[in-house]
Design a binder for this molecule. Structure first.
Ligand code: PRT
Ligand code: ZN
Length: 218
């Protein structure tokens, strides 16, 4: 369990959109690391912390299971995995939304039109839940792991549910955003497993540093 280790273990994305901003934040609050790009596990030189660098998809479960005490990950990933974790802070990077989109002048123009349609997404759970909550019971959800936005052109799907930030990708693929199903940002999450008093203290210290850093940035 997380309890048996003394240093605070923090999961971050190994290589992707959140990596640089997260490392920047950790350095900004005074944590010093060497060689974080090359290793899966990196010890902090001046704080009782170690980083685990993994795929973002794995972060919520690692934190849920107490393999890591904390994690930096998109709210979209935590929501899709349904992991049992606590959200300590919302952060101002990795901001995006998960949206339903369809061909610009196609036969899907509003939410009701999704009935009976095929939807490609990397977020099948969130997509299904949203549609069910909106009384759209008959859809075929196709799970694909990348390049979701080309599915309609390939005629693999009638519509998609994907992350959007600027909207340029949708536009470039002749798609129109119809419904936002989740607003997302990077979050600091914490395990719900029991933590030792030592680790609780470390987390408190970590949060104080983070909060004063965020305030200074404003
Ligand atoms: O390898 P690993 O599994 O760790 O990485 P990944 O490829 O799964 O994730 P990555 O690095 O692409 O994204 C990590 C996180 O960044 C996501 O889980 C979100 O929380 C956040 N994020 C913020 C985004 C975007 N903005 C975003 N725009 N993730 C993906 N996109 C993609 C989107 O899927 C689409 O293809 O960018 C395209 C749309 O962007 P716009 O600007 O054209 O709208
Ligand atoms: Zn991923």
């Amino acid at each position: 369990t997380a309890d048996s280790k003394t240093s605070l273990r923090i999961a971050i994305q190994k290589s992707g959109r959140l990596t640089d901003k997260t490392i920047e934040l950790l350095k900004g609050i005074g944590l010093r690391f060497d060689d974080y790009k090359r290793n899966l596990m990196v010890k902090c030189r001046n704080f009782d912390v170690e980083l685990l660098l993994i795929r973002d998809d794995d972060i919520p479960e690692y934190v849920q299971d107490g393999v890591c005490d904390l994690g930096f990950v998109g709210a979209n990933v935590t929501a899709e995995t349904g992991a049992d974790v606590s959200v300590l802070r919302g952060l101002d990077y990795g901001v995006c939304r998960l949206s339903l989109a369809a061909r610009k002048d196609g036969d899907i123009q509003q939410l009701e039109d999704f009935e009976g349609k095929t939807i490609a997404t990397s977020y099948p759970r969130l997509t299904r839940r949203f549609l069910e909550n909106n009384n759209i019971a008959n859809t075929n959800i196709v799970t694909i792991s990348g390049a979701v936005e080309i599915a309609p052109r390939l005629e693999v799907a009638d519509a998609i549910c994907d992350l959007v930030s600027t909207g340029n990708t949708l536009k470039a693929n002749g798609l129109e955003e119809l419904e936002v199903i989740l607003e997302s940002e990077t979050q600091l999450i914490q395990t719900n497993k029991k933590l030792s008093p030592g680790k609780k203290k470390l987390i408190e210290k970590f949060l104080i540093r983070m909060d004063s850093h965020q305030q200074a940035e404003r």
